[in-house]
Design a protein. Structure first.
Lengths: 386, 228
């Protein structure tokens, strides 16, 4: 009996002894959750400034890092060094390459970012090369480059530049980021694969301007700068008729998924009865439709503004709270919006892709291969091998 | 002698070539079907362009596929009589085998260009039959040049393979395939176990074959009839 009582006592002691930390952790967690909820409710009243965006961004990362520290997921030895305004996190044996990569990438942005650099002080950029599993968690850095050993040096450069572009994009005011879609990466063009890098943007912009089925884009291609402003979403007074012809808006309508009878009726009116208003009713709420020229084209305008603005252009772009996108672009570039759009259009028109550029080389190489195959054919003998 | 060989091949291949010529002429027209001229005063050229691009994407794989088919058929046709008669015909001629093979190859290459000419005509007719916006251009010649090169390349590869016996061809092809598979397995294994060694052989092979200056780069290029 005494043995049974001893067993029960030991069991109870274990249960009671183990319980308090767990319960305590739950209580702390609940209290913390409550505090976070209260702070979040207060944050919504704060102005939507770049500094506010940065604070939210840092807070999220800190919260995630804290969670990972508690559950013990940081299991890889890492080094941290300063590169420009950033901290770079990487395994010790890869730190030299990481530092050099980010140093070169930052040099592309440094002058443009200018006075906004202090906003990047607490940003951590990661870098890791791994054949299989990447052990640096995404959440322990604000942006990471994770590559395979066989990833080319060129691709690594591009991705490091892209990582910094992502970080800078998060500093952009929401309306500007929503308009452009992203902060352009200033990495060199990798050549074979199309990427959103500096020279490629203007070629993409040319294609958009030349082929986008939108009246405003056609007129812009022809040299009408007011139409360019409309096509780029920078003219708030533009009407739907300014942007699209009936045939053009019908293309968009054909791609709209229908979920209600009202929408089906509107589609019928638009496509069969040729009613423009019915078309507008269907597409008005679709994201991106009100700006005919798509994100890569708009990014090319942003690039022109940053290019024209020179030192501190990015800093001027994101400064100020109540500026419209046109005003931000003017402020960044130091030019009037018409002058800026004119410079942008000129650069886009110069960037027409040469569709047949590679054909002569293709002809030469193909003929050489054909000659080689012919040589093999002539050398073959029915009698020697067969 | 060349004329005789050309005539022999023409005689054996002309009936088989008719569907290829028709297909090559019709392909560009099929890709732009239903996209006639835009009526006067109707701002619809860019609307038509969107449908054209979509339609062209649909038909795009047919162009290189047709080029390979034309080349392969012409090459196999060139050697078919020799295989049937166990290469006795070549022995009966007063010329060396290499010269015989060279003339045979030249004659076949000329015949391969006939469907390419059909494609050029079809592409020109297709280009003028539709109304395209001023911001884009038609490239029928570039398309025809690409088709010709692809056909000739396929022709030369199959001609080289068919020049020997079936046994030789099987040995050559099997050896190549075996080497590729073996190398892929070995490099993958070595990448996994040897520190500091990393090589993706399959990706390298595809890139080497399809990108400049690989032999099949012509197949991975721009096959558009209408572009900026």
């Amino acid at each position: 009996m005494s043995r049974v009582a001893a067993c029960i006592a030991v069991t109870l002691a274990i249960v009671v002894g183990a319980a308090p930390p767990s319960i305590g952790a739950q209580q702390r967690s609940a209290a913390e959750t409550d505090l976070v909820r209260r702070i979040d409710s207060l944050l919504s009243a704060m102005p939507d400034t770049p500094d506010y965006q940065r604070q939210v961004f840092l807070a999220k990362a800190a919260r995630q890092e804290e969670w990972e520290r508690r559950v013990g997921t940081r299991d890889v030895p890492l080094s941290k060094v300063a590169v420009g305004p950033f901290s770079v996190l990487a395994p010790p044996d890869q730190m030299e390459e990481a530092t050099e990569l980010y140093r070169r990438a930052w040099s592309r942005y440094a002058s443009s970012v200018g006075e906004a650099s202090p906003l990047l002080d607490d940003i951590i950029l990661g870098f890791q090369i791994s054949r299989r599993e990447f052990r640096i968690r995404n959440s322990t850095t604000h942006q990471s480059v994770r590559v395979r050993p066989w990833t080319s040096a060129e691709d690594r450069e591009i991705r490091a530049a892209g990582a910094i572009a992502m970080v800078l994009g998060r500093l952009m005011p929401p309306d500007l980021l929503g308009w452009s879609g992203a902060m352009p990466s200033l990495g060199d063009r990798p050549g074979k694969r199309p990427t959103f890098s500096w020279p490629a943007f203007y070629e993409v912009a040319y294609r958009g301007l030349a082929t986008q089925p939108a009246r405003a884009a056609s007129l812009c291609f022809g040299g009408d700068l007011d139409a360019c402003l409309m096509a780029l979403g920078l003219d708030e007074d533009a009407t739907w008729e300014d942007l699209y012809t009936l045939g053009e808006i019908q293309i968009i309508v054909r791609g709209v998924p229908l979920s209600t009878q009202v929408q089906q009726d509107a589609r019928w009116s638009c496509l069969s009865e040729q009613k423009y208003d019915a078309c507008v009713a269907l597409v008005a709420e679709r994201p991106g439709v009100s700006i005919p020229l798509k994100s890569p084209v708009r990014i090319s305008l942003l690039l022109t503004a940053l290019d024209a603005g020179g030192d501190g252009a990015f800093s001027r772009l994101i400064s100020g709270d109540d500026r419209s996108i046109s005003e931000r672009l003017e402020h960044a570039s130091g030019m009037g919006i018409h002058e800026l759009v004119s410079a942008w259009r000129a650069r886009v028109m110069e960037s027409r892709p040469d569709v047949t550029a590679g054909l002569p080389l293709t002809v030469i190489v193909s003929l050489l291969w054909i000659a080689l195959m012919s040589f093999f054919s002539l050398r073959s003998t029915r009698w020697r091998i067969g | 002698m060349f004329q005789q060989i050309l005539f022999t091949q023409w005689k054996s291949f002309r009936m088989g070539m008719i569907p290829f010529v028709i297909a090559a002429f019709a392909l560009p027209l099929l890709a732009v079907q239903g996209l006639g001229p835009v009526p006067e005063g109707y701002e619809g050229a860019r609307v038509g362009l969107q449908y054209l691009v979509a339609s062209w994407q649909l038909w795009l794989p047919a162009f290189p596929a047709l080029a390979v088919t034309v080349g392969a058929t012409a090459a196999l046709n060139a050697w078919s009589w020799d295989h049937k008669t166990d290469h006795i015909y070549a022995l009966s001629l007063p010329i060396s085998r290499s010269r015989y093979a060279a003339w045979k190859m030249g004659a076949g290459a000329l015949l391969v260009l006939v469907p390419a000419l059909g494609l050029l005509l079809g592409a020109i007719v297709a280009s003028v039959s539709i109304d395209i916006p001023a911001s884009v251009n038609a490239y029928p010649t570039a398309l025809a040049v690409r088709f010709s090169l692809a056909s000739l390349l396929a022709y030369s590869v199959f001609f080289a393979l068919a020049a020997g016996t079936i046994r030789t061809t099987v040995i050559v092809l099997s050896s190549f395939m075996g080497m590729i598979i073996l190398t892929a397995i070995m490099t993958d294994y070595a990448s996994a176990v040897v520190p500091g060694f990393a090589f993706d052989f399959s990706a390298w092979l595809v890139e080497s074959l399809l990108e400049w200056p690989g032999p099949f780069e012509v197949f991975s290029g721009n096959w558009s009839l209408i572009d900026v």
